[in-house]
Design a protein around this ligand. Structure first.
Ligand code: THU
Length: 125
C-alpha cells in the first residue's frame, strides 16, 4: 500500500469522528506487518478527559484483534498544519513499535517521521 492510500483511509476514517466539542475530526490508519490496516477516529465525551484520540482507537482495535506489529500509521486532521500524534498517542504507540513510521497529514500533503524521532526517551519501568 502506498503512503497516499494509507492517508486516504485515514481521511475516510475521520468522517466517523464524534467531535461535538472540538469540531476537529481526526482519522488514523494503522498498518501492521502482515498488511492488515486498522482505522480509527477520535471519540469525544462530555467528560473531556475521557476523549479517545484517533490513533489510540486504531491501536486498540488492532491490539484487541491480536495485532501488535505496527509498521506505519497515517494521521489526518483537517487543520492548517500537519496532524502529528499527540504526546499520549506517541507514548502509546511506542509501547509496541518505537521504530514504526508516522505519516502526519493535512489536506494534500504529509510528512514522514520515525516514531523514535517524534518520541525519544519514552517512559518505561
Ligand atoms: N486528537 C486526536 O484524535 N489525535 C491526536 O493525536 C491529538 C488530538 C483529537 C482529540 C480531540 O477530539 C481533538 O483532536 C482536539 O484535541
Amino acid at each position: 500500500m502506498t503512503d497516499k492510500q494509507l492517508i486516504d483511509l485515514a481521511v475516510e476514517a475521520s468522517k466517523n469522528a464524534y467531535v461535538p466539542y472540538s469540531h476537529f475530526a481526526v482519522g488514523a490508519a494503522l498498518e501492521c506487518a502482515d498488511g492488515t490496516v486498522f482505522t480509527g477516529c477520535n471519540v469525544e465525551n462530555a467528560a473531556l478527559g475521557s476523549t479517545i484520540c484517533a490513533e489510540r482507537t486504531a491501536a486498540c482495535k488492532a491490539i484487541s484483534e491480536g495485532h501488535r506489529d505496527f509498521v506505519r500509521i497515517a494521521v489526518y486532521g483537517d487543520g492548517e498544519g500537519y496532524c502529528y500524534p499527540c504526546g499520549a498517542c506517541r507514548q502509546f504507540l511506542a509501547e509496541f513499535a518505537p521504530e514504526m513510521e508516522v505519516l502526519s497529514a493535512k489536506a494534500g500533503r504529509y510528512v514522514s517521521n520515525k516514531l523514535s524521532e517524534l518520541m525519544p526517551y519514552t517512559f518505561n519501568f
